[in-house]
Design a protein. Structure first.
Length: 657
């Protein structure tokens, strides 16, 4: 029997929203809390929420949040006796769990041996097969040469999936529909896996058509007692990255839930698991399920399970870590409501999901709305760092049924606003309102199939008129209301503004305490109220706006579902696209060159890969925009890039006579 262990100070070895969430439950249990922070996070919210905070190094994660030595030193310096790793970073690193044990610290998670048995997909698959948990046909052998993997791919046949054995989150994963593409896809997957997880080890699995991604939450104590808390559906994903998760999974019957749960519990017990973990499965169209992997940590989407069960998973983790027996029985778990979570990320979802980095100028989240929970790490002066994940916040909606939860989440996202950089809010709304989601016709590929028909909401004349009125008001503010008038009556003013690629000229005349704005053949009467209200054509609408620091010529406006920057045309900075028809290729994001596929003098065709960039934990492929010859190449592996940096110049070649 395990003994009780006592600790009164907990160090949270993480950052952002998950650090804030763990701190909340730890303090509710009466624990003293310690945060750690890199140089980039000195003013972060999790630092302010903790009782104490310790600096652990520079902004790059490998020098701070991924440094086992520095985290252990922070525990010693702060008097912490226990460590919660959150998710990501060191959470599934058995060496970290072992280092905590050797330092006399309580690791809030499974034993290092259990992480080793389950954290590697190949090893976990071997265990699952041995105890009779259903697995997909595939290859998980030790021989990892390119020739061996190619031979196994030929045996399995296409379509198939290549997966990184040492990690998840969609990194190191490639779908192969034609075996002629296998070698290139395998090389790319291995390279991405090595960069993300420090291991290029791969496994192969047959592809399941029309599959759903369903995962089971398990809880196990130190005394051999393990239960499951139902399942979550994570099928709404793009490029193997989860976007929206929900519990319980639509269409899962009580019998299927019991079978999934029994398989998950069986695997956890066989591995000697302790704490909270997640066993992931693929659900096929016939109702069969197949083991995928185990996440030996708290999941990003754990709040939906908390919402439907009424349990605090972090508090339960901490109690289990103290050696308390799990007093819940399987029959005590009830799924009474429905919950859906959306991940709000700093990325240009309609522009290739390019991650965004930089300051958030203003934000608002519906934290007090009924049926809505918001987990975030935003502070007054928050900057999205290029060194970390792009997720800004998680919004969780609870309803008596699925559609009520969905409608509440749509409303909550509509009431959310982040100014200063692009977010995936409009893409999330498109997902939630798509017929496939509304009707629960979910598969892991539905978003990628449906998204090409979606488009970003664009500023219309109403939005442009409101932005114009704000611009006129800002320029007039030093002079008061008299700035809008002359000796002969209201002044007529002209504005030339732009937002993105759109440019408009407006005629503005003060009228009735507001402005009559004419853009082309459209005319709107705009009244700028105090706070976040704007009157347009007699209707009051809520808006969120701010100005770029120190400027009255450039600002941000969130109105009618469109959130974008606007500026006087002459104030706009040069725009840098990833690639132009001229053959000039520039970086559109901060990042590091991960791979190079061409050299100066090479002939390339449009769409051919030139290089790959690692940015915010994702790898982005940059392709040639035109046919031609590479005459300039400014990228080398390992080089750090800033937006606008020249990557390549391709000169079109004259066709042969």
């Amino acid at each position: 029997m395990s003994e009780r262990v006592s600790f009164d100070t907990l160090l949270v070895a993480n950052r952002g929203e998950i650090a804030c969430r763990i701190l909340r439950s730890a303090r509710a249990l009466g624990l003293r809390t310690v945060a750690v922070y890199s140089e980039a996070d000195r003013a972060a919210r999790h630092v302010a929420l903790a009782d104490a905070a310790v600096a652990i190094g520079p902004a790059p994660a490998h020098d701070s949040y991924l440094s086992i030595e520095r985290v252990i030193e922070a525990c010693s310096a702060s008097g912490a006796q226990a460590v919660h790793p959150g998710y990501g970073f060191l959470s599934e690193n058995p060496a970290f769990a072992r280092a905590c044990e050797q330092a006399g610290l309580v690791f809030v998670g499974p034993p290092a041996e259990a992480i080793e048995r389950l954290g590697n997909k190949r090893v976990a698959r071997h265990l699952a097969e041995r105890i009779g948990v259903p697995c997909l046909a595939g290859y998980d052998g030790d021989e990892q040469s390119a020739a061996a993997l190619s031979c196994e791919a030929a045996r399995l046949g296409a379509p198939l999936m290549i997966k990184a054995a040492a990690g998840g989150g969609g990194r190191g994963m490639r779908r192969v529909d034609d075996l002629s593409e296998f070698d290139a896809a395998c090389e790319a997957a291995r390279r991405e896996a090595a960069a993300a997880f420090g291991s290029g080890e791969l496994l192969l699995e047959r592809l399941v058509h029309r599959a759903r991604h369903v995962e089971v939450q398990v809880l196990a104590d130190r005394y051999g007692h393990c239960i499951h808390l139902g399942e979550r559906d994570c099928s709404t994903q793009r490029r193997h990255q989860k976007l929206i998760e929900e519990a319980p999974a639509p269409g899962v019957t009580p019998a299927l839930r019991a079978a999934l749960g029994d398989a998950a519990v069986k695997l956890a017990l066989a591995a000697g698991y302790v704490g909270a973990g997640t066993v992931e499965f693929l659900l096929d169209a016939e109702g069969g399920f197949h083991f995928l992997e185990v996440n030996t940590r708290l999941q990003v989407e754990h709040p939906v399970t908390e919402a439907v069960t009424g349990l605090d998973l972090v508090a339960l983790q901490l109690r289990i870590a103290r050696g308390e027996p799990l007093r819940l029985r399987q029959e005590d778990v009830r799924l009474e409501v429905h919950a859906i979570e959306a991940r709000l990320c700093a990325e240009d979802a309609f522009g290739g999901f390019r991650p965004q980095a930089g300051p958030i100028l203003a934000w608002r989240l519906p934290e007090d709305s009924p049926g809505i929970r918001v987990d975030h790490g935003l502070a007054d002066r928050t900057e999205v760092s290029r060194h970390y994940d792009s997720m800004i916040a998680k919004l969780i909606a609870v309803g008596s049924d699925r559609d009520e939860a969905r409608r509440r989440l749509v409303g909550a996202l509509g009431a959310s606003s982040v100014l200063g950089l692009a977010t995936n809010r409009p893409f999330l709304l498109a997902c939630l309102e798509a017929p496939e989601f509304v009707q629960s016709r979910l598969t892991t590929s539905w978003v990628d199939a449906a998204a090409p028909q979606w488009s970003a909401p664009m500023p219309d004349s109403r939005w442009q008129a409101a932005a114009t009125a704000l611009w006129v008001r800002a320029r007039a503010s030093p002079h008061g209301a008299l700035a809008d008038w002359s000796a002969t009556g209201p002044r007529t003013q002209f504005a030339l503004l732009a937002s993105g690629d759109a440019c408009w000229q407006a005629r503005v005349v003060a009228e009735g305490g507001g402005y009559r704005v004419t853009i082309g053949d459209r005319e709107h009467l705009v009244a700028i109220d105090t706070g976040d209200r704007i009157g347009i054509d007699g209707r009051i609408v809520h808006a969120h706006r701010c100005w770029q620091p120190g400027s009255a010529d450039a600002g941000w406006l969130d109105l009618d579902g469109v959130c974008a920057a606007f500026a006087e045309r002459s104030a706009l900075p040069p725009r840098h696209a990833t690639a132009g028809a001229s053959g000039e290729v520039r970086a559109a994001m901060h990042g590091q060159v991960a791979a190079v596929s061409v050299a100066i003098g090479d002939r390339v065709r449009a769409g051919q890969p030139l290089l790959a960039i690692d940015s915010m934990k994702m790898q982005h492929r940059i392709d040639a925009p035109i046919d031609g010859r590479v005459v300039e190449f400014g990228a080398r592996i390992g080089a750090q890039l800033a937006p606008g940096a020249l990557l390549a110049r391709i000169e079109p070649e004259e066709p042969a006579a």
